[in-house]
Design a protein around this ligand. Structure first.
Ligand code: F6P
Length: 363
Protein backbone atom coordinates (compact mmCIF):
# COMPACT_ATOMS: atom_id res chain seq x y z
CA UNK A 1 0.00 0.00 0.00
CA UNK A 2 0.89 3.66 -0.24
CA UNK A 3 3.06 5.33 2.39
CA UNK A 4 1.28 8.22 4.09
CA UNK A 5 2.56 10.43 6.88
CA UNK A 6 0.57 12.84 9.01
CA UNK A 7 1.97 15.71 11.05
CA UNK A 8 0.86 18.81 12.90
CA UNK A 9 2.70 22.08 12.47
CA UNK A 10 2.66 25.57 13.99
CA UNK A 11 0.45 26.46 16.95
CA UNK A 12 -1.64 23.60 18.29
CA UNK A 13 -5.43 23.65 18.40
CA UNK A 14 -8.19 21.53 19.86
CA UNK A 15 -9.43 18.90 17.42
CA UNK A 16 -6.06 18.22 15.80
CA UNK A 17 -6.01 14.78 17.44
CA UNK A 18 -9.37 13.89 15.94
CA UNK A 19 -7.99 14.82 12.52
CA UNK A 20 -4.83 12.75 13.06
CA UNK A 21 -6.91 9.79 14.22
CA UNK A 22 -9.22 9.93 11.20
CA UNK A 23 -6.29 10.15 8.75
CA UNK A 24 -4.59 7.19 10.33
CA UNK A 25 -7.66 4.99 10.49
CA UNK A 26 -8.89 5.83 7.00
CA UNK A 27 -5.38 5.15 5.69
CA UNK A 28 -5.15 1.78 7.42
CA UNK A 29 -8.67 0.91 6.29
CA UNK A 30 -7.60 1.57 2.69
CA UNK A 31 -4.52 -0.62 3.05
CA UNK A 32 -1.87 2.10 3.39
CA UNK A 33 1.14 2.19 5.64
CA UNK A 34 0.52 5.24 7.81
CA UNK A 35 3.19 7.09 9.77
CA UNK A 36 3.19 9.85 12.37
CA UNK A 37 5.80 12.52 12.08
CA UNK A 38 6.40 13.88 15.57
CA UNK A 39 7.24 17.54 16.29
CA UNK A 40 6.14 18.88 12.90
CA UNK A 41 8.69 19.74 10.21
CA UNK A 42 11.47 19.43 12.78
CA UNK A 43 10.71 15.73 13.17
CA UNK A 44 10.71 15.31 9.41
CA UNK A 45 14.16 16.90 9.22
CA UNK A 46 15.55 14.98 12.21
CA UNK A 47 14.02 11.62 11.21
CA UNK A 48 14.83 8.62 13.42
CA UNK A 49 12.22 7.99 16.12
CA UNK A 50 10.30 11.03 14.96
CA UNK A 51 8.86 9.09 12.03
CA UNK A 52 7.01 6.05 13.33
CA UNK A 53 4.44 3.74 11.88
CA UNK A 54 0.98 4.15 13.35
CA UNK A 55 -1.53 1.41 13.95
CA UNK A 56 -5.23 1.29 14.73
CA UNK A 57 -4.64 1.34 18.49
CA UNK A 58 -2.06 4.10 18.48
CA UNK A 59 -4.82 6.63 17.85
CA UNK A 60 -7.24 5.22 20.45
CA UNK A 61 -8.27 7.53 23.27
CA UNK A 62 -6.94 10.73 21.74
CA UNK A 63 -10.12 12.20 20.25
CA UNK A 64 -11.04 13.91 23.53
CA UNK A 65 -7.61 15.38 24.20
CA UNK A 66 -6.61 18.97 23.51
CA UNK A 67 -3.38 19.95 21.77
CA UNK A 68 -1.67 17.49 19.47
CA UNK A 69 -0.35 14.20 20.85
CA UNK A 70 2.25 13.95 18.07
CA UNK A 71 3.74 17.31 18.97
CA UNK A 72 4.17 20.45 16.94
CA UNK A 73 6.96 22.94 16.41
CA UNK A 74 7.90 26.07 14.57
CA UNK A 75 10.89 24.87 12.53
CA UNK A 76 13.68 26.98 11.06
CA UNK A 77 15.73 24.06 9.62
CA UNK A 78 13.02 23.28 7.09
CA UNK A 79 13.35 26.81 5.69
CA UNK A 80 16.87 25.90 4.51
CA UNK A 81 17.41 23.64 1.49
CA UNK A 82 19.68 21.36 3.52
CA UNK A 83 16.84 20.83 5.99
CA UNK A 84 14.45 19.95 3.20
CA UNK A 85 17.01 17.56 1.68
CA UNK A 86 17.26 15.73 4.99
CA UNK A 87 13.47 15.67 5.28
CA UNK A 88 13.08 14.25 1.76
CA UNK A 89 15.72 11.61 2.44
CA UNK A 90 13.98 10.55 5.67
CA UNK A 91 10.65 10.22 3.88
CA UNK A 92 12.07 8.27 0.95
CA UNK A 93 13.81 5.79 3.23
CA UNK A 94 10.37 4.90 4.58
CA UNK A 95 8.60 5.01 1.20
CA UNK A 96 6.47 8.00 2.19
CA UNK A 97 5.28 10.07 -0.75
CA UNK A 98 1.99 11.26 0.67
CA UNK A 99 1.79 13.94 3.34
CA UNK A 100 -1.09 15.22 5.42
CA UNK A 101 -0.30 18.58 6.99
CA UNK A 102 -2.42 19.99 9.76
CA UNK A 103 -1.36 23.57 10.38
CA UNK A 104 -1.78 27.21 9.42
CA UNK A 105 -1.12 28.98 6.12
CA UNK A 106 2.65 29.17 6.69
CA UNK A 107 2.90 25.40 7.20
CA UNK A 108 0.75 24.72 4.15
CA UNK A 109 2.81 27.05 1.98
CA UNK A 110 5.96 25.25 3.14
CA UNK A 111 4.48 21.91 2.11
CA UNK A 112 3.56 23.22 -1.30
CA UNK A 113 7.10 24.48 -1.91
CA UNK A 114 8.48 21.13 -0.77
CA UNK A 115 6.23 19.40 -3.28
CA UNK A 116 7.30 21.70 -6.12
CA UNK A 117 10.94 21.20 -5.23
CA UNK A 118 10.65 17.44 -4.77
CA UNK A 119 12.22 16.28 -8.03
CA UNK A 120 15.18 18.63 -7.69
CA UNK A 121 15.68 17.42 -4.10
CA UNK A 122 15.64 13.85 -5.39
CA UNK A 123 18.21 14.71 -8.08
CA UNK A 124 20.52 16.17 -5.47
CA UNK A 125 20.03 13.26 -3.06
CA UNK A 126 20.88 10.83 -5.86
CA UNK A 127 23.91 12.76 -7.04
CA UNK A 128 25.28 12.82 -3.49
CA UNK A 129 24.50 9.08 -3.10
CA UNK A 130 22.03 9.65 -0.29
CA UNK A 131 19.36 7.70 -2.15
CA UNK A 132 19.56 5.05 -4.87
CA UNK A 133 18.29 5.34 -8.44
CA UNK A 134 15.64 2.79 -7.57
CA UNK A 135 14.47 4.84 -4.57
CA UNK A 136 14.31 7.91 -6.76
CA UNK A 137 12.21 6.10 -9.34
CA UNK A 138 9.78 4.66 -6.77
CA UNK A 139 9.27 7.96 -4.98
CA UNK A 140 9.17 10.34 -7.92
CA UNK A 141 6.11 12.39 -6.98
CA UNK A 142 5.11 13.88 -3.63
CA UNK A 143 1.41 14.35 -2.93
CA UNK A 144 0.23 16.68 -0.23
CA UNK A 145 -3.08 17.61 1.34
CA UNK A 146 -3.73 20.20 4.03
CA UNK A 147 -6.15 20.86 6.83
CA UNK A 148 -6.23 24.07 8.78
CA UNK A 149 -5.79 23.69 12.52
CA UNK A 150 -5.97 27.08 14.20
CA UNK A 151 -8.15 28.66 16.86
CA UNK A 152 -8.04 31.95 14.93
CA UNK A 153 -10.36 31.03 12.00
CA UNK A 154 -8.04 33.15 9.90
CA UNK A 155 -7.85 31.03 6.75
CA UNK A 156 -9.75 31.98 3.58
CA UNK A 157 -11.54 29.10 1.91
CA UNK A 158 -13.03 27.31 4.91
CA UNK A 159 -15.99 28.28 7.07
CA UNK A 160 -14.24 27.05 10.19
CA UNK A 161 -10.73 25.99 11.10
CA UNK A 162 -10.14 23.13 13.53
CA UNK A 163 -10.05 24.52 17.08
CA UNK A 164 -12.04 27.74 16.68
CA UNK A 165 -15.23 26.37 18.18
CA UNK A 166 -13.44 25.01 21.26
CA UNK A 167 -11.64 28.31 21.78
CA UNK A 168 -14.98 30.10 21.63
CA UNK A 169 -16.41 27.76 24.26
CA UNK A 170 -13.46 28.56 26.50
CA UNK A 171 -13.81 32.31 25.92
CA UNK A 172 -17.53 32.31 26.59
CA UNK A 173 -17.08 30.33 29.77
CA UNK A 174 -14.49 32.86 30.95
CA UNK A 175 -16.67 35.86 30.05
CA UNK A 176 -19.66 34.33 31.86
CA UNK A 177 -17.49 33.95 34.95
CA UNK A 178 -16.28 37.52 34.67
CA UNK A 179 -19.83 38.84 34.19
CA UNK A 180 -20.95 37.44 37.52
CA UNK A 181 -18.19 39.18 39.47
CA UNK A 182 -18.49 42.36 37.35
CA UNK A 183 -22.20 42.49 38.16
CA UNK A 184 -21.60 42.34 41.90
CA UNK A 185 -19.19 45.29 41.86
CA UNK A 186 -20.72 47.25 38.98
CA UNK A 187 -17.40 47.00 37.20
CA UNK A 188 -16.21 47.29 33.64
CA UNK A 189 -14.06 44.45 32.31
CA UNK A 190 -11.79 44.49 29.33
CA UNK A 191 -11.15 41.03 27.97
CA UNK A 192 -8.26 40.44 25.62
CA UNK A 193 -8.80 37.48 23.30
CA UNK A 194 -6.45 35.77 20.85
CA UNK A 195 -6.65 35.75 17.08
CA UNK A 196 -3.34 37.19 15.92
CA UNK A 197 -4.51 39.34 12.96
CA UNK A 198 -8.04 38.02 12.85
CA UNK A 199 -11.03 39.36 14.77
CA UNK A 200 -13.26 36.31 14.40
CA UNK A 201 -12.95 35.07 18.00
CA UNK A 202 -13.58 38.59 19.30
CA UNK A 203 -16.67 39.17 17.15
CA UNK A 204 -18.36 35.86 17.84
CA UNK A 205 -17.50 35.98 21.54
CA UNK A 206 -18.94 39.51 21.73
CA UNK A 207 -22.18 38.48 20.03
CA UNK A 208 -22.59 35.44 22.24
CA UNK A 209 -21.79 37.22 25.49
CA UNK A 210 -23.70 40.49 24.99
CA UNK A 211 -20.50 42.52 25.13
CA UNK A 212 -20.81 46.29 24.78
CA UNK A 213 -17.86 47.05 22.53
CA UNK A 214 -15.18 45.31 20.49
CA UNK A 215 -11.87 46.22 18.92
CA UNK A 216 -10.67 44.08 16.00
CA UNK A 217 -7.91 44.35 13.39
CA UNK A 218 -9.84 44.09 10.10
CA UNK A 219 -12.43 46.77 10.75
CA UNK A 220 -10.62 49.25 12.97
CA UNK A 221 -12.33 51.97 14.98
CA UNK A 222 -11.98 55.67 14.08
CA UNK A 223 -9.21 57.51 15.87
CA UNK A 224 -11.77 59.29 18.05
CA UNK A 225 -12.83 55.91 19.44
CA UNK A 226 -12.53 57.00 23.09
CA UNK A 227 -15.58 59.29 22.75
CA UNK A 228 -17.64 56.69 20.88
CA UNK A 229 -16.72 54.02 23.42
CA UNK A 230 -17.58 56.16 26.44
CA UNK A 231 -20.91 57.26 24.94
CA UNK A 232 -21.87 53.64 24.44
CA UNK A 233 -20.78 52.51 27.91
CA UNK A 234 -22.59 55.44 29.54
CA UNK A 235 -25.71 54.76 27.52
CA UNK A 236 -25.77 51.15 28.78
CA UNK A 237 -25.29 52.27 32.39
CA UNK A 238 -28.05 54.88 32.00
CA UNK A 239 -30.32 52.11 30.79
CA UNK A 240 -29.72 50.29 34.08
CA UNK A 241 -26.88 47.94 33.19
CA UNK A 242 -24.61 47.21 36.19
CA UNK A 243 -21.53 46.26 34.20
CA UNK A 244 -19.75 46.66 30.89
CA UNK A 245 -17.79 44.14 28.89
CA UNK A 246 -15.32 45.27 26.24
CA UNK A 247 -13.54 42.72 24.04
CA UNK A 248 -10.17 43.59 22.58
CA UNK A 249 -8.67 41.27 19.95
CA UNK A 250 -4.93 40.93 20.49
CA UNK A 251 -4.24 42.48 17.05
CA UNK A 252 -6.65 45.41 17.47
CA UNK A 253 -5.69 48.69 15.80
CA UNK A 254 -7.25 52.03 14.96
CA UNK A 255 -7.93 53.35 11.42
CA UNK A 256 -4.39 54.69 11.26
CA UNK A 257 -2.98 51.27 12.09
CA UNK A 258 -1.93 52.16 15.65
CA UNK A 259 -2.30 49.22 18.07
CA UNK A 260 -5.04 49.44 20.69
CA UNK A 261 -4.26 47.49 23.83
CA UNK A 262 -6.42 46.54 26.79
CA UNK A 263 -4.36 49.03 28.83
CA UNK A 264 -5.19 51.86 26.39
CA UNK A 265 -8.87 51.07 26.68
CA UNK A 266 -8.73 50.86 30.46
CA UNK A 267 -7.06 54.26 30.68
CA UNK A 268 -9.84 55.84 28.62
CA UNK A 269 -12.62 54.26 30.69
CA UNK A 270 -11.01 55.20 33.99
CA UNK A 271 -10.03 58.76 33.00
CA UNK A 272 -13.24 59.71 31.24
CA UNK A 273 -15.89 57.74 33.12
CA UNK A 274 -14.16 56.94 36.41
CA UNK A 275 -15.53 53.39 36.18
CA UNK A 276 -14.01 50.69 38.35
CA UNK A 277 -12.21 48.76 35.60
CA UNK A 278 -10.22 45.53 35.37
CA UNK A 279 -8.41 43.70 32.58
CA UNK A 280 -8.45 39.95 31.96
CA UNK A 281 -6.10 38.52 29.35
CA UNK A 282 -7.30 35.04 28.45
CA UNK A 283 -4.09 33.92 26.71
CA UNK A 284 -3.33 30.26 26.06
CA UNK A 285 -6.29 29.06 28.13
CA UNK A 286 -8.16 29.61 24.86
CA UNK A 287 -5.99 27.09 23.05
CA UNK A 288 -5.94 24.47 25.77
CA UNK A 289 -8.30 21.85 27.10
CA UNK A 290 -10.64 19.36 25.52
CA UNK A 291 -12.05 19.93 22.06
CA UNK A 292 -15.76 20.62 21.66
CA UNK A 293 -18.01 18.05 19.97
CA UNK A 294 -17.98 20.26 16.87
CA UNK A 295 -14.18 20.28 16.61
CA UNK A 296 -13.97 16.52 17.19
CA UNK A 297 -16.43 15.84 14.39
CA UNK A 298 -14.82 18.48 12.17
CA UNK A 299 -11.41 16.86 12.67
CA UNK A 300 -12.85 13.41 11.93
CA UNK A 301 -14.55 14.48 8.74
CA UNK A 302 -11.64 16.51 7.45
CA UNK A 303 -9.09 13.82 8.35
CA UNK A 304 -11.00 11.10 6.52
CA UNK A 305 -11.49 13.34 3.48
CA UNK A 306 -7.79 14.28 3.46
CA UNK A 307 -6.74 10.64 3.20
CA UNK A 308 -9.28 10.03 0.43
CA UNK A 309 -7.95 13.06 -1.45
CA UNK A 310 -4.41 11.64 -1.28
CA UNK A 311 -5.59 8.29 -2.60
CA UNK A 312 -7.11 10.01 -5.61
CA UNK A 313 -4.21 12.39 -6.26
CA UNK A 314 -2.45 12.08 -9.61
CA UNK A 315 0.80 13.53 -10.91
CA UNK A 316 -1.03 16.48 -12.42
CA UNK A 317 -3.63 17.14 -9.74
CA UNK A 318 -3.54 20.44 -7.87
CA UNK A 319 -2.87 20.05 -4.14
CA UNK A 320 -5.90 20.73 -2.02
CA UNK A 321 -6.87 21.74 1.45
CA UNK A 322 -9.88 20.11 3.04
CA UNK A 323 -12.36 22.80 4.03
CA UNK A 324 -15.75 23.11 5.62
CA UNK A 325 -18.38 24.48 3.26
CA UNK A 326 -21.65 24.72 5.14
CA UNK A 327 -21.94 21.22 6.50
CA UNK A 328 -19.69 19.50 4.00
CA UNK A 329 -15.99 18.64 4.04
CA UNK A 330 -14.85 19.70 0.57
CA UNK A 331 -11.54 19.94 -1.30
CA UNK A 332 -10.38 23.35 -2.44
CA UNK A 333 -7.14 24.31 -4.22
CA UNK A 334 -4.57 24.87 -1.50
CA UNK A 335 -2.62 27.72 -3.01
CA UNK A 336 -5.75 29.67 -4.02
CA UNK A 337 -6.73 29.75 -0.35
CA UNK A 338 -3.21 30.62 0.79
CA UNK A 339 -3.05 33.47 -1.75
CA UNK A 340 -6.39 34.83 -0.62
CA UNK A 341 -5.32 34.63 3.02
CA UNK A 342 -2.17 36.57 2.11
CA UNK A 343 -4.29 39.12 0.21
CA UNK A 344 -6.20 39.83 3.45
CA UNK A 345 -2.92 40.53 5.21
CA UNK A 346 -1.85 42.80 2.36
CA UNK A 347 -5.15 44.69 2.38
CA UNK A 348 -4.70 45.26 6.10
CA UNK A 349 -1.12 46.43 5.61
CA UNK A 350 -2.43 48.83 2.94
CA UNK A 351 -5.14 50.02 5.38
CA UNK A 352 -7.75 48.97 2.83
CA UNK A 353 -10.21 47.82 5.48
CA UNK A 354 -13.15 47.43 3.13
CA UNK A 355 -11.20 44.97 1.01
CA UNK A 356 -9.87 43.13 4.08
CA UNK A 357 -13.40 42.56 5.40
CA UNK A 358 -14.66 41.56 1.95
CA UNK A 359 -11.85 39.03 1.43
CA UNK A 360 -12.31 37.61 4.92
CA UNK A 361 -15.94 36.85 4.10
CA UNK A 362 -17.16 33.55 2.79
CA UNK A 363 -15.91 32.89 -0.72
O1 F6P B 1 -2.47 31.19 15.91
C1 F6P B 1 -2.87 30.81 17.18
C2 F6P B 1 -2.39 31.76 18.25
O2 F6P B 1 -2.87 31.31 19.49
C3 F6P B 1 -2.75 33.22 18.01
O3 F6P B 1 -4.09 33.51 18.36
C4 F6P B 1 -1.72 33.91 18.84
O4 F6P B 1 -1.45 35.19 18.34
C5 F6P B 1 -0.50 33.03 18.70
O5 F6P B 1 -0.97 31.76 18.30
C6 F6P B 1 0.33 32.88 19.95
O6 F6P B 1 1.51 32.21 19.61
P1 F6P B 1 2.40 31.43 20.69
O7 F6P B 1 1.63 30.21 21.12
O8 F6P B 1 3.63 31.09 19.94
O9 F6P B 1 2.61 32.36 21.83
Amino acid sequence: GKGIAVFTSGGDSQGMNAAVRACVRMGIYLGCKVYFIREGYQGMVDGGDNIVEANWASVSSIIHRGGTVIGSARCTDFRQREGRLKAAQNLIKKGITNLVIIGGDGSLTGANLFRQEWSSLLDELLSTSRITADEKKKNGVLHIVGMVGSIDNDFCGTDMTIGTDSALHRIIEAIDAIVSTAYSHQRTFIMEVMGRHCGYLAIVAALASEADYIFIPEDPVEVNWPDALCDKLQQERNAGQRLNIIIVAEGAIDREGKPITAEDVKKVVVDKLQQDTRITVLGHVQRGGNPSAFDRVLGCRMGAEATLALMEATETSVPCVVSLDGNQAVRVPLMECVEKTKAVAQAMADKNWELAVKLRGRS
